[in-house]
Design a protein around this ligand. Sequence first.
Ligand SMILES: N[C@@H](CCC(=O)N[C@@H](CS)C(=O)NCC(=O)O)C(=O)O
Length: 336
Amino acid sequence: MGLLVEGKWHTDWYDTASNDGRFVRKAAQFNNWITADGQPGLTGQGGFKAEAGRYHLYVSLACPWAHRTLIFRALKGLEDMISVSVVNSYMADEGWTFEPGPGVVPDSVNGKSRMYEIYTLAQGDYTGRVTVPVLWDKQQQTIVSNESADIIRMLNSAFDHLGAKAGDYYPQDKREEIDAVNERVYHGFNNGVYRAGFATTQEAYDEAVADVFAVLDELEHKLAGQRYLAGEHLCEADWRLFTTLVRFDAVYVGHFKCNLKRIADYPVLSNYLRELYQYPGIAETVDIDYIKAHYYASHETINPTRIIPKGPELDFTSPHNREQLKSAQPVSGVAS
Ligand SMILES: N[C@@H](CCC(=O)N[C@@H](CS)C(=O)NCC(=O)O)C(=O)O
């Protein structure tokens, strides 16, 4: 674990001391958008036109934020248009690397061996954390974005005219509702598990765990009466929830001490999780062994022995009962 300061790599764990033991996630620093015509998007510079073969994703299979981007690449059928590299699951003194190992797909675009070299290639004097996912532009030789929330919105629509699969996971008429759910799920749950796991005071941990389970209790109730988070249509908010749910029993219960309950103890959420896992193309984006290897081995301050637990036994392939709730075709026709 480390960070870049003016283009130089420094070995450093997260600073929680200046925040009373609380883990505070820093905002991403590359905020450009790929658009259909290359016009500027919501933030950043223009000049990133959607083109097949032009862009590359750098991901870790462990990272729930990077996982979102792999899911959207699969949902939208962009595998042939956007290439991918996968870092080694072990993140140590050099940060993310392309050291050979299970699941690793080397950096075929820039031939680098460490992720921080991709950041310095884009910006020689970069200061900040070196995170995945990174969306890379092979043409301009730079980072388009390192913010997963933005990347999935680009993948959702910018490549549609080039033959991406139909399906709008952020439809205009649902945006307000999706944004509100995202807000709650992000702070309390997606980032809540990290706030619990990386807390260095009892108070910070207690606060975070209370948030995590308040959200889970709420969602268990909500999803008992509706198929998906924004109603009958599967949407972006569901996929953002999914990446944390699918890691929860394997990693967040034990390693991050979010152990009041497991997802297996929530019948509605268990069925919902299985439905999303079984959605075409999704199971292939989930690698539980890689995920466990990353968390238990990389966070030395949390698990100094680096022993990876054997369990739990998980089966996301068994039947779910969600068909009994009404579903509808997403706006432009993805099967429900
Ligand atoms: N805002 C980013 C957050 C990404 C993020 O924090 N990724 C983690 C892995 S799960 C990372 O690369 N951490 C390395 C570090 O902080 O040094 C996003 O959602 O894209």
